[in-house]
Write a protein that binds this ligand. Structure first.
Ligand SMILES: NC(=O)c1ccc[n+]([C@@H]2O[C@H](COP(=O)([O-])OP(=O)(O)OC[C@H]3O[C@@H](n4cnc5c(N)ncnc54)[C@H](OP(=O)(O)O)[C@@H]3O)[C@@H](O)[C@H]2O)c1
Length: 314
């Protein structure tokens, strides 16, 4: 049997149901994967609660998008993949599951340098961080401020930027400053006096801001520090981007990603794998829960202070 997590009405983590179902059959053009680990992302809770709009529920709906696992069976018409291959799975609806039927374009070969948990944790945060930084034109020498530097997206963004020769300033609560230093960023506390602390840390100024926090404080500080609003991008409060004159990618934005942005997202995980092979990209997994405790994992994620990633194990 397979285990899946689903919900039939919007609400708190308690609406999640853990259900036993027959193992799905592989279909043409797809592979069947035995899942080893699943990445928990804030969007999973935002969709479940209705905070982010989605199509009306017309039956049970699966949860999640990111996972890792081993291919059990390959459907007809699939080239380049075989039973036993170890894979990273991205953009898979209903990824909170012990078995998944996935199209090849949702697979990346898992590098041996990452554990199953690390491989499951990269999809959404790594692709988002990479695309946002590239779309903001961050390059060597840029002075970059990241709001929310030690979450899933933040740690990925810090590491890409550091690898590209960017000078990175990032906010986190004091307990996480050491992690930012390890990753190569200058740590800053959010809260009162943020702008002054940034100015003191970077007297030459800030060129670009990536907002992974979405708070009023992060937005106002960004406006004080960077005059050109096209160099400020948010992944959290996309719904306000047009009114504020800043860039946004999803996060409630009514504007879908462009083809170029979709292409950049697809480049993120392979780029991280290349850096990981050189010892320049770490994936921090701070908490693991059994799949049956998906609701507890989401409760923790919703506290908004995840360091690195939360992962589920089937
Ligand atoms: N638009 C997109 O495509 C997209 C993709 C991925 C994620 N997102 C969104 O981006 C946000 C971050 O995602 P994530 O996966 O990195 O989340 P996460 O792993 O839950 O991390 C959240 C981070 O926010 C920090 N934080 C909490 N309060 C803060 C504050 N007042 N000021 C600054 N930082 C604060 C926390 O740091 P401390 O623990 O140190 O406080 C934590 O590291 C979420 O809202 C998520 O939904 C959007």
């Amino acid at each position: 049997m397979a285990t899946i997590v689903q919900y039939s009405r919007l609400g708190g983590p308690d609406v999640l149901e853990v259900v036993e179902v027959p193992v799905p059959s592989v279909t043409d053009g797809h592979v069947l994967v035995e899942v080893q680990a699943i990445g928990v992302n804030p969007i999973d809770s935002k969709l479940r609660s209705g905070f982010r709009a989605s199509a009306p529920l017309d039956g049970p709906r699966g949860v999640g998008a990111d996972a890792s696992g081993v291919i059990l069976e390959v459907g007809s018409g699939v080239d380049g993949w075989a039973a036993g291959d170890e894979v990273i799975i991205q953009r898979a609806p209903g990824a909170y599951a012990s078995h998944l039927v996935v199209a090849p374009h949702n697979l990346v070969r898992k590098p041996s340098v990452w554990t199953w948990s690390q491989a499951a944790a990269v999809g959404i945060p790594v692709s988002t961080a990479y695309q946002a930084l590239r779309s903001l034109g961050v390059t060597e020498g840029t002075r970059l401020l990241i709001h929310g530097g030690t979450g899933g997206v933040g740690q990925a963004a810090v590491q890409f930027a550091v690898a590209w020769g960017v000078r990175v300033f990032a906010t986190a609560s004091p307990a996480n400053h050491e992690r930012l230093i390890e990753l190569g960023a200058v740590p800053l506390s959010y809260g009162d006096g943020l702008v002054e602390r940034v100015r003191e840390a970077s007297p030459e100024g800030i060129d670009v801001v990536l907002d992974g926090a979405g708070t009023e404080e992060a937005l106002q500080a960004s406006f004080e520090l960077v005059e050109d609003r096209s160099r400020i991008g948010t992944i959290v409060v996309g719904g306000r981007a047009a009114e504020l004159g800043i860039r946004a990618w999803m996060g409630g934005s009514p504007v879908p990603l462009t083809d170029e942005e979709v292409r950049l997202r697809a480049e993120g995980v392979p780029a991280a794998i290349e850096l990981a092979a050189q010892g320049k990209f770490d994936v921090e997994v701070s908490e693991r829960f059994p799949l049956a405790r998906a609701a507890d994992a989401q409760r923790l994620s919703e506290e908004g202070h995840t360091r690195g990633k939360i992962v589920l194990i089937p």
